[in-house]
Ligand binder design. Structure first.
Ligand SMILES: C[S@@+](CC[C@H](N)C(=O)[O-])C[C@H]1O[C@@H](n2cnc3c(N)ncnc32)[C@H](O)[C@@H]1O
Length: 297
């Protein structure tokens, strides 16, 4: 992995996410979620599975109306918009992609959510020092953080959460002994220049070191295999438009990366985990969920 800096990270994110909003709209769902969906039916459709994923995240975060949400790495704003519309929270999303921030701002305006939902172009490390939220989510962001930066990242997120608050971290992890191969070189050079994955237990150790209480861990690996397969099929079905928008090279590169990712999730060399964490403050009188029953009732 190359050394990290804010400008380098901004360039890496722009390389991947600023290709064109129209290009991503060809294969993503209408909420423009660019992370693992949640298939309640094994052969379910992407649109329903993405709605079910974003709603599962909201239920895990146990929102109550009027709470504040920080949506770190919010992409095109899907979670922030959904949480504001369906759970009455005040959402603040940040993304390092200008194209995403512009698209999200236009949608927020169209949906009449100004004042309840804000998406900004901003590096998560540049949020104001005193910023505090009731709930925080980072969906598909840990892959960009860089493993050596985990202590600072998990510490900063904890700092921004009110006492007893919940944090949902949803991200890709690899099995131990990840080696450099032609596939990983292709990914770093052509697709995710600042991508970096750790093992699930390494990540959890860093979470504990940063004084998070781990409430729940859920493995969604096979859901991501299906999501990537559906993205690849949808992109291929719109090949001519994709070539016209982004060019032959980008179209082929993205098709290859989506197809290879689906196979890697299928085989288990990489996985997807959702961690629900709590900022501990009073172990005895905890307001934390004690069962999972409310999630599925
Ligand atoms: C895979 S996308 C996930 C987007 C969204 N959470 C979703 O579920 O669709 C990763 C996101 O992380 C954002 N990101 C990565 N590093 C960031 C940073 N340092 N500050 C803010 N956003 C960042 C990217 O801009 C992008 O929006």
């Amino acid at each position: 992995m190359t050394p990290r800096s804010r400008p380098r990270d901004a360039k890496a994110i722009a390389h991947h996410y600023d290709i064109s909003n129209d290009f991503y709209a060809l294969f993503l769902d209408p909420l423009m979620l660019y992370t693992c969906a949640y298939y309640r039916e094994p052969d379910g459709k992407l649109e329903a599975a993405q709605r079910d994923k974003v709603d599962l995240v909201c239920r895990k975060l146990r929102f109550t109306p009027g709470e504040t949400l920080l949506d770190i790495g919010c992409g095109w704003g899907g979670l922030s918009i959904w949480a504001a519309q369906h759970y009455g929270v005040t959402a603040h999303g940040v993304t390092l992609s200008r194209a995403q921030a512009e698209w999200a701002a236009a949608r927020i305006k169209r949906e009449g959510l100004e004042g309840r939902c804000l998406v900004e172009y901003r590096d998560l490390r540049d949020l104001p020092a005193g910023a505090r939220y009731d709930k925080i989510a980072a969906i598909g962001v840990i892959e960009h953080v860089g493993v050596p930066n985990y202590p600072a990242f998990f510490g900063n997120v904890r700092e921004m959460l009110n006492d007893g608050g919940l944090y949902l971290n949803h991200g890709i992890h690899h099995e131990f002994h990840w080696k450099q191969t032609s596939q990983t070189d292709f990914l770093y050079e052509q697709v995710f220049p600042n991508g970096d994955l750790s093992g699930v237990s390494e990540t959890m150790t860093e979470m504990e070191r940063a004084r998070w209480e781990v409430l729940d861990v859920e493995n969604l690996r096979l859901h991501y295999a299906r999501t990537c397969r559906q993205w690849a099929e949808r992109l291929q079905a719109r090949a001519d438009e994709a070539r016209a928008i982004a060019g032959e090279r980008t179209y082929r590169t993205w098709l290859l990366y989506l197809a290879c990712s689906s196979m890697a999730f299928e085989s288990g060399s990489i996985g997807l985990y959702q961690f629900l964490l709590r900022k501990q403050w009073d172990r005895a009188g905890s307001a934390a969920p004690t069962t999972r029953e409310d999630l599925y009732g």
